[in-house]
Design a protein around this ligand. Sequence first.
Ligand SMILES: [Zn+2]
Length: 308
Amino acid sequence: MTVLAVIVPLILLCAIRRYQKMQYENRKPFPFMQLPQELRDMVYEHLIEDPVYPPPQLRLNHGSSLWMIPGLWSSSAASSRRLHTSNWIFLANKQVYKECMDVLCKRATFHLTVSPHNYKPSSSSSPPPPSPPHSEDKRLWNISPDTLKDLRTASLNLITTSAMLGVPDPRNMTSTDWTLARHVREELKQLVNVKNLTLDAKALGDPLWNPLWIWYHACQSFKTMGTSASNTSPTGPKLNRITFSLDTWSPGENYLARHGDEDKWTWFCMQGHGVGLDIGPEMTVREFCGKLYQECRICRPELESEEE
Ligand SMILES: [Zn+2]
């Protein structure tokens, strides 16, 4: 009986120890860093999300468009630009950070936005020449030069009010002198390895101004970027596509695109059919308007028969 009284607690003790040991072994971290690089990269690819600059939480309190339906822009922005949840991977250690950044720069699309939130036009009617955005507080996006240099795919979103053109009368404005565009082009010069860069020029409604002016000046300011026609040095990256949009309903604007290293821009309808070549840097606003709303002969074949 006494022997049993000694042995039973001993067995129990052993069982508990064994159970605790098993628990401990189960809790041991997975040897992630011992996986081959290719497998680690596959894990990173699952975790990374397209970075959004400036971060969404800074942009939720939007409200300066006179035509804007309250809440509409903010809620759509909030749902499409939800907060990132998987960024914790960057905190693991320096090696994981470096490897993850490498995958991010190669695979993700960096969404770079210029809006009334991160760009305040100068109040004077004759804007001073822009100083290069060297100091951190003048930069539109808080991205390190090393990251900018490495990224391959980016979308530039200009969300523009008429005030952001910085002039009292857009008719007398020269596109190449637009302070905002010069500032943006200056920062984009760091994208030396970008392969796919798109621009969406969104005009925030204003009852006194035609959104056409914002689209026209955006188009003329950025389409020569990266080509010999650019008046900046270095010429910066080339855009692949320029789209035009409104914060409200729009009749459906054509867009500009070019392929590879071509310098020629082609206009396309919303269904992606070519509707004609672009005119070039000397295009007037009237000609721009004509291209923007030129009817597509594939989408509307009756136009062809009307002419015959
Ligand atoms: Zn079409």
